[in-house]
Design a protein around this ligand. Structure first.
Ligand code: G4P
Length: 192
């Protein structure tokens, strides 16, 4: 998606070997016009899948997920993160390891908000090692809901998340695909 790639070039900051800071429009300050354009693009890509629900994880997935929900006119549910896994009968839960932050988070979604009639689109801000998405997939399985696809804002193709999802035959669409960071600059897949 050209608009997003231009914004990444303008405002993204490469940190170290493999992290892109985008707190100017996605992870801290949020650009609602850009989010709305991304929501429309996710709709164009998944409109034939009869989506009934969008799932994401707090906190940075919420903005793109809600604006996608506006395009699909379906509810958006965000998994909540918490440190310790206390037994909760009314929740579906999974454990997610964050490579970036080196902590285990438990994520959960109330049984009230997902069931076997749902056809789910997962939306997240980054696809890096794929742990957040895998956690959501576990929850979708627990609920016997149907996964229709995964929509990602920024994919880093050099980390293992995409491979994991492809191996499971999942329909993944990423709005920007980063092949590498070279000398502090972002190299997109199509420019490689
Ligand atoms: P995953 O996102 O594919 O699960 O991979 P990983 O375990 O590496 O990511 C852990 C956290 O770091 C996730 O946020 C993810 O969105 C974020 N992340 C991964 N790569 C980048 C990057 O290049 N730039 C930025 N800004 N974030 C990245 P989280 O722990 O779920 O936190 P939150 O910010 O959504 O609350």
């Amino acid at each position: 998606m050209q608009l997003l790639e231009e914004r990444i070039k303008k405002d993204g900051q490469v940190l170290g070997e493999d992290v892109l800071k985008v707190d100017n429009f996605l992870n801290h300050q949020v650009d609602p016009d850009l989010m709305a354009a991304m929501g429309e693009e996710f709709y164009r890509l998944f409109k034939d899948a009869n989506i009934t629900k969008i799932l994401t994880v707090e906190s940075s997935g919420i903005a793109p997920a809600v604006l996608a929900g506006l395009s699909f006119h379906v509810p958006v549910v965000f998994a909540r993160k918490h440190k310790s896994l206390t037994l909760q009968d009314n929740m579906y839960s999974a454990t997610v390891y964050s490579y970036t932050k080196k902590v285990n988070n438990h994520i959960s979604i109330s049984k009230k908000f997902i069931d076997e009639n749902d056809r789910v689109l997962v939306i997240d801000d980054f696809l890096a090692n794929g742990q957040a998405v895998e956690g959501l997939l576990e929850i979708i399985e627990q609920a016997n809901a149907q996964l229709e696809g995964v929509g990602i804002v920024i994919e880093k193709t050099f980390q293992k998340g995409r491979e994991l999802l492809d191996a499971r035959g999942i329909h993944v669409e990423s709005l920007a695909r980063i092949a590498a960071f070279e000398n502090g600059e972002v190299v997109f897949v199509e420019d490689k």
